[in-house]
Design a protein around this ligand. Sequence first.
Ligand SMILES: Cc1ncc(COP(=O)(O)O)c(C=O)c1O
Length: 426
Amino acid sequence: MKRRQFLIGAAAVGLGAWWLKPGDRGAPHNDYFSNLQSTLQSLGAGRPLLIIDRQRLAANCERLIENLPAGKAFRIVAKSLPSLALIREVMALTGSQRLMTFHQPFMNALAAAEPGADLLLGKPMPVAAAAQFYAELEPDNGFDPAAQVQWLIDSLARLEQYLALAQSLQQRFRISIEIDVGLHRGGLRQAEDIDSLLNLIRQHPQHLQLAGLMGYDAHVGKMPGFIESTETSLRKSNAIYQSFVDRIRNQHSDLWRDDLILNGAGSPTIRLHDESSPLNEVSAGSCLVKGTDFDLPLLEDFQPAAFIATPVLKKLDGLTMPGPLPIGSLWQSWDPNRATTLFIYGGKWMAKPESPAGLSENSLYGSSSNQMMLNGSASQQLSVDDWIFLRPTQSEAVLLQFGDLLALDGQRQAQWWPPLDAGHGR
Ligand SMILES: Cc1ncc(COP(=O)(O)O)c(C=O)c1O
């Protein structure tokens, strides 16, 4: 009886193992990536590159603008598109001159290159960074910071610092106030908290002017539904936003203007704001190039438009793991997707293998930013000097890691777009 039970058990385990054994997930490049590979080969490229597909970028911009609710302006999140040429392309495609910026050197570069741009800070900067912005500002290029910059302020203490700087520069600063609509990343929590800031602004009209509010709602839609639904989070977040708007209108009506900028949203939530939203301006950047973090149901109609391309340096048969144990041969006999070992040029990027299908990193072997191992089956049909493609998980950091971006148009004509320069000296 025991022996019979044992045999049945063993057979069940065997069947389960057979059922679980992975199939071959590999496939060669599809036409899209084969064409990209041919373009890279004809360019004679030989290093990891960040490709921007301009056709897809244009389609994404068109979709975004088409779906913008009536009465909402669009602000481009510059940090997520960190190249002047890329930002200019998006400005032209969306017709927006409004930029959200998060880094002082980028801000100066934008003010110098786009004297018509309107810059809203996406985070409260140390006052030293604001001072540096004015110090580096190009004189007489037409950019007027008193009209075209909105400094983001999250506390009375910071507003006092900015007031002192404005006084010393004999400038007037436009002030946007950061409010916490539920993300809990800082900013004012209660509508009454705005009173002390507005009183200070009121007392210093030569140096401070209220420009608007900024309340980012990235928490909306991030919680499991059983904790809080997207609809509930959005309703609460909009209600908090509205309470600040009402406070200004009702208690500080002298500072209220219909052209105050009521900014909010980002790629994950831009589609949630309809005509009823208290915002009059929504921002987004990431969804226009769509890293994998933005593979969200609400952004389904946006296409990935940024890829890392890198050459295969080495191809080894089998799974080549160091050490005396037969780990590589056992693993590959279990999983056909481990039957080939590739080493690529570079690696360890915030990115996921995209094409050819079925490639994966090997966490046991480890990751390398010099030559990273990927495993696949024979089905990818890759050879040394072929190209593989990865999708960045996000754009703001990854697009800065490759030198000039390779921008390809519909005819696969190449342009080289320098990334923004992250800074020199202090
Ligand atoms: C203040 C603010 N607004 C909007 C965004 C959205 O940017 P994106 O659409 O590029 O994700 C961010 C992203 O960090 C942000 O910090």
